[in-house]
Ligand binder design. Structure first.
Ligand SMILES: NC(=O)c1ccc[n+]([C@@H]2O[C@H](COP(=O)([O-])OP(=O)(O)OC[C@H]3O[C@@H](n4cnc5c(N)ncnc54)[C@H](O)[C@@H]3O)[C@@H](O)[C@H]2O)c1
Ligand SMILES: O=P(O)(O)OC[C@H](O)CO
Length: 333
């Protein structure tokens, strides 16, 4: 297949390389022009995926039109807050039959829209049916090292999901299909908020009990948001829900959990972000998720405390105390 990958962060580069190793014809679009110039000769993404030689099959460009025009499949992997800008910029060059796959995980600020809603709005009626969302527990560096990984491709169009499954699957990357786009998208976006909280807990010096409580009660509030937005509750028990939540709340490779840990240790958000090149999607998604929960009247206490820590400078230890001292209730409530 003739494929464009839009976004050469760690995930975009890893997926582009996976596809190129499968002998697809892949062009990777790179936002940073200096990186685009270097990578042609070094064949390594020294900014976002150092240490992994890239397939000789992989081609690079910093020109969006060149990347996109005439491709059969376009994989979108920018940070979610720039997805609208990116898709608006390329929509005129996307063919009618082109399959679009998004692998970004987040909820847009201000509009409070999921990536499906943002991309759908940018495309109008064009390609809407041919949209798939790839999500699940998948640290880029582990996939780049060909460690066995399982993810999910969600689409309202069964054929689009099946084609995505076929195109991306390898012996080390197993892709399941799912028709619940909202559930898969919410799982991938909201787990980052809970991972920040799990990091805060670790940074404060709390233990496994606290982390397990955050994961389990975090999943409960993700489920409540899912129900309010029409997702299938079963999705949250799957790879894009529980799977990604456990990975991100426990894995040392998680950027979101790392940001949370630093907050728990007493650093400010501004200090932490100033030292980071990579994106921790949960920071901005916390704001969107909190506002969405308020708008929909969904009880999301961990998300609310994470919002207060990030956006109101609340003391993390006080946030944990406030969570623990909420009114007592039944587990299923
Ligand atoms: N890294 C992973 O392990 C992983 C796994 C699954 C999903 N994701 C998701 O993939 C998406 C991309 O994350 P990543 O980890 O590949 O990125 P990254 O943190 O490794 O790199 C940041 C990316 O943002 C791009 N960028 C910055 N400003 C931009 C702009 N104004 N316009 C366009 N691009 C811009 C950079 O070029 C770079 O590609 C996120 O939604 C993330 O949650 C990441
Ligand atoms: O490093 P994080 O926290 O952005 O997590 C990366 C992926 O979403 C894990 O599936």
């Amino acid at each position: 297949m003739d494929i464009a990958v839009i976004g050469a962060g760690s995930w975009g580069t890893t997926l582009a390389n996976l596809l190129a190793k499968k002998k697809h014809k892949v062009t990777l679009w790179i936002y940073e022009r200096d990186l685009a110039a270097r990578i042609v000769t070094s064949r390594e993404n020294d900014l976002y995926l150092p240490g992994f030689p890239l397939s000789p099959q992989l081609r690079f460009t910093a020109d969006l039109e060149e990347a996109v025009r005439g491709r059969q499949l376009i994989l979108l992997v920018p940070p979610s807050q720039v997805m609208r800008q990116v898709v608006s910029g390329i929509s005129g060059w996307i063919g009618e039959e082109t399959l679009l796959v998004s692998a970004s995980k987040g909820i847009e600020n201000d509009s409070l829209q999921t990536m499906a809603e943002v991309i759908g709005e940018c495309l109008g009626s064009k390609n809407r049916k041919r949209l798939t969302f790839l999500s699940g527990p998948s640290f880029a560096r582990e996939v780049a090292a060909e460690m066995p990984t399982a993810v999910v491709a969600a689409s309202s169009d069964g054929q689009a999901a099946a084609t995505t499954q076929e195109v991306f699957s390898t012996p080390y990357f197993r892709v399941y299909t799912n028709d619940d786009v909202m559930g898969v998208e919410l799982g991938g976006a909201l787990k980052n908020v809970i991972a920040l909280a799990a990091g805060v807990s670790d940074g404060l010096g709390f233990g496994y009990n606290t982390r397990a409580a955050l994961i389990t009660r975090g999943l409960a509030e993700m489920n409540r948001m899912g129900l309010a937005l029409g997702a299938n509750p079963a999705t949250f028990a799957g790879l894009a829900g529980m799977g990604d939540l456990v990975l991100t709340c426990t894995g040392d490779l998680s950027r979101n959990r790392t940001v949370g840990m630093e907050l728990g240790r007493g650093r400010t958000l501004a200090e932490i972000l100033a030292g980071m090149k990579m994106v921790a999607e949960g920071v901005k998604t916390t704001l969107s998720a909190y506002q969405l929960a308020c708008r929909l009247g969904v009880d999301m206490p961990i998300t609310e405390q994470m919002y207060r820590i990030l956006y109101e400078n609340k003391d993390p230890r006080q946030a944990v105390t406030d969570l623990m001292l909420r009114g007592l209730k039944a587990e299923a409530a």
